[in-house]
Design a protein around this ligand. Structure first.
Ligand SMILES: [Zn+2]
Length: 242
């Protein structure tokens, strides 16, 4: 199993790793697994990281264009030329496209702030979300839908962001009562024993697998873009960061 470095250190941008397996996609790319990786795989509404792997022996650089997680292994899709390929046991220096990742970290923490506000103000549960570089989307369920309130929820979120709450990550046993922190309508996956918690100290606690900023001040300002009403289980809100 890949050691997933992004879970414990969101700010790790460069690290050395050993290639474990290489599979040809047949389309000019390779699927590579490493002994350890800080490349975040596409999951939980947070898009995958991008970046490069540089082979130590000859400084040959490979672009990481997609990252997914399959049966516990983080699989990196890389571009390769005709006679250029990574091989198992190769040592590579990995570098994240930090600008992209940092934006996604800010977006993810912004989403948690907004989810916390929606839960406190109208007991909303989160039914879906899709983070992105330019704008993000959050879906939630609530009986009484009042579009005029959306601007207030964004304003409240900005207040929380500006207050500069510490945002920390730790683990609790599944047997601990984590349900009370649940903001996701679908609940936790069956097979997990250790639950990773992301806590915005003094404001909100959520089980989560994503990468986050350390302090809500880093988020900046949320700007409301639009809301849509797709039924009581699917109120949808788009925002960007300024
Ligand atoms: Zn999250």
């Amino acid at each position: 199993m890949t050691e997933t470095l992004y879970l414990d250190d969101s700010y790790l941008k460069e690290w050395e790793a050993k290639v474990v397996s290489v599979k040809d996609s047949g389309k000019g790319t390779l699927f590579v697994t490493l002994d350890k990786s800080a490349f975040y795989p596409n999951s939980g509404g947070q898009p995958h990281d991008e970046g490069v792997m540089i082979r130590k022996s000859d400084n040959k650089e490979f672009n990481v264009i997609f990252v997914g997680k399959f049966s516990g292994e983080v699989s990196h899709e890389i571009n390769c030329g005709e006679n250029e390929s990574l091989k198992p046991e190769d040592i590579v220096e990995c570098k994240l496209n930090w600008e992209r990742r940092y934006k996604l970290m800010k977006m993810h923490t912004a989403c948690h702030i907004l989810a916390g506000v929606l839960h406190k103000e109208c007991k909303a549960m989160i039914t879906g979300n899709q983070l992105n570089i330019e704008k993000s989307r959050i879906d939630f369920s609530v009986e009484e839908y009042n579009p005029e309130m959306m601007a207030n929820y964004i304003a409240e979120s900005n207040k929380i962001a500006a207050e500069g709450h510490e945002n920390k990550v730790y683990y609790v046993d599944k047997n601990e009562d984590v349900d009370k922190f649940m903001r996701l309508a679908k609940g936790l996956p069956e097979n997990i024993t250790n639950v990773r918690i992301v806590e915005i100290v003094g404001f909100d606690i959520q089980p989560d697998g994503g990468t986050h900023v350390k302090n809500t001040k880093e988020v900046g300002n949320l700007k409301f873009l639009k809301s849509e009403n797709k039924g009581k289980n699917n109120r949808r809100l788009y925002f960007e960061l300024e």
